[in-house]
Design a protein around this ligand. Structure first.
Ligand code: TYM
Length: 326
């Protein structure tokens, strides 16, 4: 049984990229593993600085994850800020990280390039993320491809820390799905909240249908075969098994296919697939106390693990001065 661990930011509506890149995989993993999963509201502070928005998004993200099948009675599921030890370990790790490493972080560079004024939190984001993983002994970390560099940095930090201070942290393995590494958004770029090209997992039917209908397609003539190297095909394929994907590819190759019809079918497929999750979500929204109780229990379990790693790290670094010979 491996400790499989991952986190997600509550920075808006969760979307299909989050679902196929990480959430659905975590939910599958929980069947045979020791799953640790959390909502990273400390990370979200780097961009959301409004009390109501952050607290609402945080609880919503937890409810969405549980509605999709994350079982808090089987797994350890918590809100990042309920285990504040992670901030202390971030400070400990900060001292073994060269600023050059953070300068090279692509997510930070991307945000800079978009003209966002970076705060120190955004800059040191990868250290908090490493802390999230190392403090709980995460062995396998399922993420989308966009998190690859962060995971490599985490591994570097664990190795470096262990070299300097002795074996304290587990060096985690990155786990990226072979086929759904990066789910495309409406415009074919990576689906991302910050690009405004997402399809949300939950929301009013009319609004979500509209999102599906706005998937960007080309102007290939109706009596020509259509390319499958497109967002529309790739998004549809996420819901299909191998045989069904072949059928869809044939449909694309056959002249006469209308993009509008495929978009409608894809929406129906999505809506049906997510129907039980919508019901579960409605149930959880009406049982908020149960959700809060589970999150609290999760934080206690996670906190106990964090305490063990943190005390090892403190000891290894010389912070327990009581035993010093003077
Ligand atoms: P976040 O909140 O941006 O995304 C959560 C997860 O969804 C994946 N993802 C995608 N996968 C495929 N295609 C896409 N278009 C797509 N968009 C998002 C992400 O790769 C991620 O796995 N830094 C992290 C959160 C984090 C974390 C951690 C993850 C904080 N601490 C510790 C793992 C372990 C983030 O911002 O993910």
């Amino acid at each position: 049984m491996k400790r499989v661990l991952s986190g997600i930011q509550p920075s808006g509506n969760l979307h299909l990229g989050n679902y196929f890149g990480m959430m659905s995989r975590m939910i599958k993993y929980q069947e045979e593993n020791d799953l640790f999963c959390f909502i990273v509201n400390y990370h979200a502070l780097t961009t959301i600085q409004d009390k109501k928005t952050l607290s609402k998004n945080t609880l919503n993200a937890a409810i969405d994850f549980m509605a999709l099948g994350l079982d808090p009675e089987r797994s350890t599921f918590w809100i990042q800020s309920d285990v504040p030890q992670v901030c202390e370990s971030t400070w400990l790790l900060s001292n073994i990280v060269n600023v050059g490493l953070l300068d090279r972080a692509t997510s930070y560079k991307d945000k800079m390039a978009k003209g966002l004024k970076p705060n120190v939190g955004l800059y040191s984001y990868p250290i908090l993320m490493a802390s999230d993983i190392l403090l709980f002994g995460g062995e396998i970390v399922p993420v989308g491809k966009d998190q690859k560099q962060h995971l490599e940095m985490t591994r570097d930090m664990a190795i470096r820390f262990n070299q300097i201070f002795g074996d304290v942290f587990v060096v985690p393995e990155l786990d990226i799905e072979k086929t759904n590494q990066l789910v495309p958004g409406l415009d074919g770029q990576k689906m991302s909240k910050s690009y405004g090209n997402t399809i949300p997992l939950f929301g009013p039917e009319k609004a979500i249908r509209k999102r599906f209908m706005s998937i960007v397609t080309d102007s290939t003539d109706i009596d020509q075969p259509k390319s499958i190297d497109t967002a529309l095909y790739q998004l549809y394929a996420l819901f299909l098994n191998e045989d069904e994907q072949k059928e869809l590819a044939e449909r694309f190759a056959t002249p006469g296919m209308r993009y509008g019809d495929v978009k409608q079918d894809l929406f129906e497929c999505f809506w049906t697939t997510f129907s039980p999750y919508r019901e579960k979500r409605d149930y959880l929204l009406n049982h908020k106390d149960y959700v809060l109780g589970q999150l609290k229990a999760g934080a206690e379990k996670a906190g106990a693990v964090a305490d063990v790693y943190l005390s090892k790290a403190r000891e290894a670094m010389g912070l327990n001065y009581g035993d010093a010979i003077v």
